[in-house]
Design a protein around this ligand. Structure first.
Ligand SMILES: Nc1nc2c(ncn2[C@@H]2O[C@H](COP(=O)(O)OP(=O)(O)OP(=O)(O)O)[C@@H](O)[C@H]2O)c(=O)[nH]1
Ligand SMILES: [Mg+2]
Length: 265
């Protein structure tokens, strides 16, 4: 199975600018809010949320995509994360001809449009108010594994929607925690590489009140930082610069430039 890193092709480091890109894929049952979450994330690029009328958006019957860009600063570096969002239909299997696309059709299409194995984040989406959608994540995780969506650098967001239904929340924090362990264990067993539970972030949002969308955005940034090991790049380069400066100073001492300067003074 070819799920080894192609990640070097997805990052460019130029002086003080680091730019990275990659796919963010939403999967999960129908009507859990994948399309609405992606729209809320993507609307950050306009600096304001869409004021969408929920009744206009129906079940997805296509491979939907959008993008969003996040900027952050670390030390002297400006990091640009340019991520493509791909939203899979929640309809299982294949659709009849003329009925749009179901999940398997959309995955095939996704494999045709992408150039390399580039899923940085897999967003396993469920509704906090519907236990079944959480239990079905086992099905969706297995689909992601079978379709080679998960690479060794992929991070996972376990995303609970319908936070506004808090009173009738049927998915508990204990279930989410054991879900996280189950995911890392399943990936290790099936793909044969260590998958730390730290690579799985647990986020709860409401697409209605927008509660938690900020946390989701932060989780996306954190996942890109993890996948590309941005802190190692930044602090590694800083170290190299200090070494270079020390060598440069040493060179000046050796050539006697500084000593000469002292005598001029
Ligand atoms: N109250 C509430 N409703 C939500 C939330 N997220 C989505 N919805 C509603 O749930 C319905 C389904 O949302 P979608 O985003 O279309 O769901 P989906 O996961 O893309 O569904 P498929 O395209 O069928 O796979 C819509 O009517 C949304 O308005 C939420 O956080 N809270
Ligand atoms: Mg949809």
């Amino acid at each position: 199975m070819e799920n080894k890193s192609n990640i070097d092709k997805l990052i460019i480091c130029r002086e003080k600018d680091i730019t990275c890109t990659g796919g963010v894929v939403f999967i999960g049952d129908g009507a859990v809010g994948k399309t609405h979450t992606a729209m809320n994330l993507a609307s950050y690029k306009q600096g304001a949320f869409f004021n969408f009328d929920c009744s206009n958006i129906s079940k997805s019957v296509n491979l939907e995509f959008d993008y969003f860009i996040l900027y952050s600063n670390i030390e002297k570096y400006k990091v640009t994360i340019s991520s493509q969002l791909f939203i899979m239909p929640g309809q299982k299997g294949r659709a009849e001809v003329g009925q749009g696309l179901a999940f398997e059709d959309a995955v095939d299409m996704y494999f045709n449009v992408r150039t390399i194995n580039d899923v940085v984040i897999l967003i396993l989406t469920y509704s906090l108010s519907d236990l079944r959608t959480f239990q079905n994540l086992e099905y969706w995780l297995n689909k992601a594994i079978d379709h080679e969506i998960i690479s060794d650098f992929t991070n996972i967001v376990l995303l609970g929607t319908h936070l506004d239904y808090a009173i009738s929340t049927s998915v508990t924090d204990e279930m989410i925690e054991s879900g996280q362990n189950f995911i890392s264990q399943t990936i290790e067993d099936k793909l044969g590489f260590h998958f730390s539970p730290k690579k799985i972030q647990n986020i709860k949002i409401s697409n209605l009140t927008k509660n938690g969308i900020d946390e989701l955005q932060d989780a996306v940034s954190k996942a890109f930082f993890n996948a590309f090991q941005i802190e190692d790049i930044v602090y590694g380069q800083e170290k190299e610069i200090i070494v270079q400066e020390k060598e440069w100073e040493k060179g000046i001492f050796d050539s006697g430039v500084l000593k000469q300067k002292e005598t001029w003074e």
